[in-house]
Write a protein that binds this ligand. Structure first.
Ligand code: HEM
Length: 511
């Protein structure tokens, strides 16, 4: 049959054909709606992605998840094929039961290089698990003997920077943008840890190469693509390459890629058996070439905004609660007096000692609980045959295979049944709970801040070391106050991460 004849038939029957296409579209919509119609949620989400997309667009997706779970219960629908749960039991199950896998959201959102996966973006569970085995020893510190020393050096550089430029006195006020300096700190730590060479932002007191600025821009643009359902464009052959950053870029994220790739390339060309850092461990376990480059680069993304958000949040809550600041400093002073920590300027508190300080640990747990730094819903696919989930109290919920299920972090960590009526308040003392069973349950849920099971955060140890050391040393040497208490910071949330800027503080030296 010739093309003209086909066109003639189509034209002749155009109205029945249009009718058939519309009917198929609506039948498909009804079938999709029906699959999850037993899950409560706002009416529109069963038919359209619009409510979820809109919440991403206005950078408030975490509020959407919170509202939905508070209104409709611990498992609620947020899209035609997506649900979100605030139940820790469900989230632990999803992250441990074989068959669940990361959804396409991961490679659309967290691939750093065009069409090349890193551990975070890898949705093929077998490949993910294989890579995780190779890189976990480097992350853990077991094979990375330089980890603590590297972090100590950055903490000392941070203290030096404050002493040099930002100590206020009775006669002169020298405000400091805490949000910015914390990110200099996390960027310098992660570059030192990942490829053995800090960017040097703390020493130069500036965003070298505009790395931070461009990474914020990248997250904001990526969030827009995601909210318009266009994230797949960044992975489209050809076009995706043009849209993303490239190592040939003069500034910004592309320049950061180049800096990273140069160091990795140098290490590959000149292997050194005596190095005991993270990259050496990766190489020892067979991560080489482009895989090595992409795993090293990925840490800059996974390890900077997350930890910076955590430290800023914990600090803001401490500064807003002078009672807590005083108690924390009392514990720090007693530790110093006990002689277990080197004098100021002669050494940074060790991770082991910091972990043994009960009040500081309570402050950190409470800070991460009240203000979890990662609020993305981290969606996973339900296994092919479907799965039955059990909620607290024994209620069972069936989800068909391929449903996206994510976590509603804020609701989970502010649960009044678990944490008490004041769960929305910052009260570190709750972590001295006498009932050991209750304390264990609280701790188990709090640990979920770092994810769980086979996808649990690999950088937890690094992040905790940064938080511990920072908190102890910043409050040992200085007193802190918010310089603009009526508006402490500028804040955005993209991909569940907080981008925080403009947080002026006044710092004074302690006697
Ligand atoms: C307070 C700081 C941090 C928090 C709250 C945090 C939280 C998380 C969470 C919730 C996940 C995801 C789990 C999932 O997909 O279900 C994750 C994954 C990950 N994080 Fe972190 N993170 C932090 C710091 C870091 C740091 C400093 C690094 C790097 C040194 C890092 C590296 C990673 C990596 C590589 C993954 C992917 C793990 C995998 O898929 O196997 N994170 N993190």
């Amino acid at each position: 049959m010739k093309l003209e004849e086909i066109l003639e038939i189509l034209t002749e029957h155009r109205w029945p054909l249009v009718g058939a296409v519309v009917a198929i579209y609506f039948i498909h919509k009804v079938v999709v709606y029906w699959r999850l119609s037993h899950i409560p949620g706002p009416w529109l989400v069963g038919w359209s992605e619009f409510p979820h997309s809109r919440s991403m667009f206005v950078e408030k997706a975490y509020e959407f998840y919170t509202d939905v779970n508070r209104k409709y219960g611990p498992i609620a629908r947020i899209g035609p094929n997506a649900v979100v749960s605030s139940s820790p039991e469900v989230w632990i199950h999803v992250n441990t039961k074989p068959g669940y896998k990361k959804t396409d959201w991961y490679f659309n959102a967290v691939r750093v290089e065009h069409r090349r996966d890193n551990i975070f973006s890898q949705t093929d569970t077998e490949l993910h698990d294989k890579r995780r085995k190779q890189i976990a020893p480097g992350y853990s510190g077991r094979e990375n003997l330089e980890l603590e020393v590297d972090i100590d050096k950055r903490v000392q550089e941070f203290l030096n920077l404050i002493n040099r430029k930002y100590v206020s006195t009775d006669t002169e006020c020298r405000p400091m943008d805490l949000a910015k300096k914390i990110q200099y700190f996390t960027m310098d730590v992660i570059s030192a840890v990942a490829f053995g060479k800090p960017f040097g932002m703390l020493i130069e007191d500036r965003d070298i190469g505009d790395f931070i600025k461009s990474s914020e821009e990248g997250l904001t643009i990526g969030n827009l693509f995601m909210s318009f359902g266009l994230a797949w464009l960044t992975q489209a052959p050809g076009l995706g390459k043009l849209l993303g950053p490239k190592p040939t870029d003069k500034t910004g994220f592309g320049a950061m890629m180049r800096a990273c790739f140069e160091v990795v390339g140098d290490r590959i060309a000149n292997p050194d058996e005596n190095r005991h850092d993270m990259m050496a461990s990766f190489i020892r376990h067979g991560v080489l070439g482009d895989d090595l480059k992409t795993e090293v680069l990925e840490q800059l993304v996974a390890g900077s905004d997350t930890t910076a958000g955590a430290i800023r949040g914990i600090l803001l809550y401490i500064l807003a609660h002078p009672r807590v600041q005083a108690k924390l400093q009392k514990e720090i002073d007693e530790t110093v007096r006990s002689g277990r920590v080197a004098a100021v300027g002669e050494g940074i508190i060790s991770q082991n000692l910091a972990k043994s300080l009960p009040y500081m640990q309570a402050v950190i747990r409470e800070g991460l609980r009240i203000w979890p730094p990662v609020l993305n819903y981290l969606p996973k696919d339900v296994p092919k045959g479907g799965d039955t989930l059990t909620l607290a109290g024994g209620k069972k919920v069936w989800l068909p295979g391929g449903t996206n299920i994510g976590v509603s972090t804020l609701v989970m960590h502010h649960d009044k049944e678990l944490y008490g009526e004041d769960a929305d308040m910052f009260r570190p003392e709750r972590w001295f709970e006498k009932d050991q069973g209750k304390l264990a349950a609280m701790t188990r849920v709090n640990d979920l801040t770092f994810g769980h099971g086979k996808w649990q955060c690999l950088g937890k140890n690094v992040a905790q070391m940064e938080i511990n050391k920072c908190l102890f040393e910043l409050f040992r040497s200085f007193d802190w106050a918010l310089a603009r208490p009526f508006k402490p910071w500028e804040i955005h949330n993209t991909f569940g991460l907080f981008l925080i800027n403009d947080m002026p503080v006044q710092i004074t030296a302690r006697e």
